[in-house]
Design a protein around this ligand. Sequence first.
Ligand SMILES: [Zn+2]
Length: 201
Amino acid sequence: MARRKHRRWHTSSLKRASGSTVGKRRPGCVEGPLQIRRYNDPVLRSKALPVQEITDVERQLAADMLATMYASPIGVGLAAPQVGILKQLIVIDVDRDNPECAPLVLFNPSVQSLTGKVTGEEGCLSLPGITADVKRAATVVATAQNIDGESIQVEGENLLARALQHEIDHLNGVLFIDRISGLKRKLLRGKLRKLQQQSQL
Ligand SMILES: [Zn+2]
């Protein structure tokens, strides 16, 4: 997921979440180690498979995904299908400017409960330059495995709740533009067509 840089969000819930730290931050890096798949790539419409065993291969993938996410100045979340890998793995850091706040690395995340509704602006690293207001649940409880394979529960509100829903959607082949009205999508048609043409080059 991507956000505008100037926005400020409440992210206290992230500190309560028992996520894991993996990889080193690379704020000066302009290009991540993995290629981000763009809109119209069929992999973004495919379902990711559960990760049966978390090995060094998965841990390295998580580290590379984080580095790729941090390479974008506005990235706050990334799902494995966005780098062409159909595994149920997402990484999130909604407080990326705070070095004391560890990013979340979640394997096999599953939504347990959704509460309330809130509309907020969203973007996506796979759809650069496109943003839209999306109505999502205000709070989310999800279960997952962390980098050590331990079962954890993550509670999110505000931007974390939005990022969890956005990234878990990716694991099911769903993009944020699927969650906006037909009228709003019509307004984005020109931009989407342009993106489609760019990704075919
Ligand atoms: Zn996205």
